[in-house]
Design a protein around this ligand. Sequence first.
Ligand SMILES: Nc1ncnc2c1ncn2[C@@H]1O[C@H](COP(=O)(O)OP(=O)(O)O)[C@@H](O)[C@H]1O
Ligand SMILES: O=c1ccn([C@@H]2O[C@H](COP(=O)(O)O)[C@@H](O)[C@H]2O)c(=O)[nH]1
Length: 341
Amino acid sequence: MGSNSVEDMIEASSGVHFSGFHMDGLESKIIEKPTTSPGAENVHKQPFIIGVAGGAASGKTTVCDMIIQQLHDQRVVLVNQDSFYHNLTEEELARVHEYNFDHPDAFDTEKLLDSIENLRHDRAVDIPNYDFKSYKSNAFPARRVNPSDVIILEGILIFHDPRVRELMNMKIFVDTDADVRLARRIRRDTVDKGRDIGAVLDQYSKFVKPAFDDFILPTKKYADIIIPRGGDNHVAIDLIVQHIRTKLGQHDLCKIYSNLYVIQSTFQGLYIQVWISVRGYVVFRLLGVVRVWRMRCEHAAKVSRLAKFLFTGKVTMVSSLFMKNYRKTSQRGMYCYWILS
Ligand SMILES: Nc1ncnc2c1ncn2[C@@H]1O[C@H](COP(=O)(O)OP(=O)(O)O)[C@@H](O)[C@H]1O
Ligand SMILES: O=c1ccn([C@@H]2O[C@H](COP(=O)(O)O)[C@@H](O)[C@H]2O)c(=O)[nH]1
């Protein structure tokens, strides 16, 4: 029996309304539970925040650009930690070769947090344009950044501050060999920034390498994904983009429905794998195709009975859970809570 005909039968028998929302590849995993419960229409949409860390010249920007290119159907903004370098004082400027640009204190993390907080609350922000030649963050006009569906935060120490880390829905570490990073850095700093090679090597051994070992490498453990070889790793980037798309599907649901949970699937091999309850609406995955069915609780019982009939034995546990829950719960919004507890 094809999936369409099963879906048609269910829809016909229960009188459910199919919302048309597809989430191919939804995972059987518990995801976030928003804390507020406004209606679907006026709910505030939170952006999906991705952090990209790694050593200097590891290929972070390259990886971000590739991700942004592949996510062409999403509104994505890139916020670079470099934009939040502190302005150097006159004294520091006079002895710039002794300034450690690789230390966490070199960044204005409060300002970075403030900018992300504004973006999360749907407010546009002005991101400074740091100038590597004058060492000033106000040499050029700031860049106006509008709120977006996806925010990518990129920087050598973007995982260092726990407050910034906690805002991230996904953390990526670009892992490129030290000699490759150094070779790229020498080329970039001499050719693009017009620096003297001796000064570049001095800065590397005095600040860049020690800071990598002391501050950057220890944050690798926070990464959800580690990409060896940076932008050369097309397989990893394709997989990440695919994963982001999947997560965005789930994230969109969470943004729309305040008390949505995705329940860990314990019934491997079942046709109905994932159950989600959304304030009296039910979302489920059928024959590998994820569809969102919107139905009232009274219709849910009919669907449960039909599913049990169609997949005799296979959905007993799911449907009995479902039925038990349905009977016990008079309040629509309680349905999901009961299953998880
Ligand atoms: N896979 C690659 N192969 C060759 N050069 C690269 C590669 N990835 C990045 N680069 C170059 O290395 C330098 C640093 O890359 P970038 O992506 O800016 O790194 P980061 O943002 O980590 O500093 C740039 O000049 C870039 O063109
Ligand atoms: O004025 C500056 C500011 C920073 N740096 C170096 O830049 C890298 C970080 O930038 P990436 O784009 O992530 O490579 C860091 O190692 C700083 O040392 C600089 O040289 N001068």
